[in-house]
Write a protein that binds this ligand. Structure first.
Ligand code: 8YV
Length: 314
């Protein structure tokens, strides 16, 4: 894996670290050192497969340096008695800020308005045209009501936007609950996706959901590209079935479909949801604390849901 943003290794300064990404032949390094590895930190979204775990017979912990852990085969880890942690709680506010940045950029066309100024067109052609959309009078729906979903909802409240949500199980929050993604999309004008990626949520936002959101509707995705059916999104944006989309994540990162790049009603960011120095540092430090807690006390601080369930049962 890539070293992340340079914070992980310093955060693990008291540990012996095998920097696999620096090894000229990672396979050979795994064969040579694999038996000594007790914890694996995954600073990107690299697949942590059953095959990789097989080569690490003394592995006890996979510490994902991200909130999302869809790249880790958790089932395979659990089968081997390997714990999995993420960095839940370390980037909620940052990612929620990004969701609102994307929403404002999309609805108010802020990046395009800035390009108008920078190109000199303000002076030559006059003011940037009025945007058809506004956040005024809009209701915001959140798909997912975890920590990030709640941070998004709090911001919506401050913006004066009524909030509705959908999750598999109803949460104890003061927002309107809708029983499915399409029902939620039909009840709101903006849909923010803040739900984990992976097989269970693949293409949850499909053509029907986009149609329910409607020609004045806006989709914002700060979760995982896999949650949205990208070809269906392209055709909804193209035909005007959906008003606009603000996306920080894509199905095949870093490859963004050229069809999306060609659309004026899409704002596209290169997965920068948590990409600030303070937040990425906090993420690395929480991952390192999980590793330390595991090595020193056989405890972890932020196990992923599947693992927390097992630990609570024991
Ligand atoms: C990171 C993320 O970009 O936390 C997550 O799940 O998607 C982002 O904060 C990702 O973990 C890569 O480092």
């Amino acid at each position: 894996p890539a070293p992340g943003d340079g914070f992980l290794v310093p955060a693990c300064a008291d540990l012996r670290v095998l920097r696999l990404w620096e090894e000229p032949d990672p396979e050979e390094a795994l064969a040579r050192y694999g038996a000594g590895i007790r914890a694996l930190a995954n600073p990107g979204e690299h697949p942590v497969t059953a095959d990789l775990m097989d080569r690490l017979p003394n592995l006890g912990l996979i510490a994902q340096v991200g909130v999302g852990y869809d790249s880790v085969d958790v089932e395979a880890a659990v089968r081997r008695g390997v714990l999995v942690t993420n960095v839940a709680g370390s980037n909620d506010e940052e990612v929620a800020d990004t969701a609102f940045g994307l929403l404002l950029m999309t609805v108010r066309q802020l990046a395009r308005a800035e390009a108008h100024l920078r190109s000199g067109r303000w002076a030559t052609d006059g003011p940037y045209p009025l945007t058809a959309m506004s956040l005024r009078g809009r209701t915001l729906g959140v798909l997912g009501m975890g920590k990030i979903g709640r941070a998004v909802a709090r911001r919506a409240e401050a913006f004066g936007m009524p909030v509705a949500y959908h999750t598999r199980t109803r949460r104890d929050v003061p927002y309107r609950y809708l029983p499915g993604p399409a029902e939620l999309a039909a009840a709101v004008d903006v849909l923010v996706v803040a739900i984990p990626g992976g097989a269970a949520t693949r293409h949850l936002v499909d053509a029907a959901v986009l149609q329910a959101l409607g020609p004045d509707g806006v989709l914002v995705n700060v979760a995982r590209g896999s949650v949205v059916d990208e070809p269906a999104l392209v055709s909804a944006l193209r035909s005007g079935t959906l008003g606009a989309a603000g996306l920080d994540v894509f199905e095949d990162e870093p490859n963004v479909p050229p069809e999306l790049l060609a659309l004026d009603n899409a704002v596209l960011l290169p997965h920068v949801g948590s990409a600030t120095v303070p937040t990425r540092r906090a993420m690395a430090e929480l991952a390192a604390s999980n590793i330390r807690a595991w090595l020193e006390r056989h405890e972890v601080l932020t196990p992923v849901a599947e693992v927390a369930e097992l630990l609570n049962r024991d």
